[in-house]
Design a protein around this ligand. Structure first.
Ligand code: CDT
Length: 311
């Protein structure tokens, strides 16, 4: 019997710098209700979906910076999402900036959580691959200071038994790295959820940046196919405070095919009935990891790296 998860990706249009947490949560609740009306049982929100994408600014005042982070989840402004989840019986993935105090020291992470249909958190992930810089770059129209405002995630790439399957999470830039998918693939992941904020001018090289939409889908489609998993990629997009960000949120099957894609640059729900059994035929044939992977050969290649003669 098929294991269908009726899944929604909740793309968001821009969030302005003046928009409050309450405003953003109101939009998320509208998206959640629409996902439910379209019969979804899980909705994937985006990366840092409670505020504008603040790493584009140099923020030197610590109190001002702290306001972009959540110190509790659920917190006073986000509790409504958990209540709606319970009431509507719909789960969600949510990306947010997390601030924790450990041994008197502030630690900051770019985080996502997986919530079940009863409003309970079942998994937490902290973004591993942080793009951009720690120091502002001269000449850039928009900074990308994730390396300043977050430390690399310290929870690894876990997977969780939920929704009658094995689910995993990653965040934005993680989707470009094969290791992200493979570490979860080796744990039998069946669906990977992720949110992204991707400005078109993210490398500063116009020829590369003109391929932003292609590289967005290329990364997720390759990750899905090579690891026989569903990938649900949800954008924050459109022109946010002058930064033009890619949309095309997509739900991608283990075949690597896009089965649903957003067509606007605004708040938009897309849905698909994702059969978690669909990856099985790939895992039993072309991507039977136990039969066809050659970990020993990979180890030898890595070890020999130092002995490659200089060009
Ligand atoms: N948010 C995020 O990770 N964005 C990056 C682009 C910025 S690189 C300076 C991405 O890989 O989409």
């Amino acid at each position: 019997m098929a294991r269908i998860v009726k899944t929604a990706a909740a793309q968001m249009g821009p969030i302005s710098r003046s928009e409050t947490r309450k405003d953003a949560v109101r939009r998320l609740l509208d998206l959640m209700r629409e996902a439910k009306a379209r019969d979804a049982e899980m909705v994937v929100f985006t990366e840092l979906c409670l505020t504008t994408f603040f790493p584009r600014y140099l923020i030197e005042d610590e109190a001002e910076l702290d306001r972009y982070y959540e110190t509790q989840m659920p917190g006073p402004d986000t509790a409504a999402l958990f209540e709606a989840s319970r009431e509507l019986q719909i789960g969600f993935y949510l990306g947010y900036a997390e601030l924790v105090v450990e041994n008197g020291k502030k630690r900051r992470f770019n985080t996502s959580i997986l919530v079940d249909r009863n409003g309970e958190i079942v998994g937490k992930y902290r973004k591993v691959h942080l793009p951009g810089h720690a120091e502002p770059q001269p000449g850039r129209r928009h900074q990308h200071l994730e390396k300043r405002y977050f430390e690399p995630g310290n929870l690894g790439f876990g997977v969780w038994r939920a929704y009658n399957g094995v689910l995993g999470m990653c965040i934005c830039n993680d989707r470009r790295w094969p290791e992200t998918y493979r570490v979860m693939g080796l744990q039998g992941v069946e669906m990977i959820m992720l949110g992204y904020n991707t400005p078109y001018d993210h490398t500063g090289h116009t020829d590369i940046d003109s391929l932003t939409q292609f590289h967005n889908h290329l990364s997720m489609q390759a990750g899905a196919y090579q690891n026989a998993t569903w990938v649900v990629g949800t954008a924050k997009c459109g022109v946010e405070e002058g930064s033009n960000m890619v949309g095309q949120s997509a739900i991608i099957a283990p075949s690597g095919e896009i089965v649903a894609m957003a067509s606007t640059l605004e708040d938009e729900i897309i849905t698909a009935n994702c059969d978690l059994d669909m990856g099985k035929r790939y895992r039993e044939t072309i991507f039977d990891f136990a039969r066809h992977r050659e970990p020993e050969a990979y180890r030898l290649i890595v070890e020999r790296k130092g002995s490659i003669p200089p060009a």
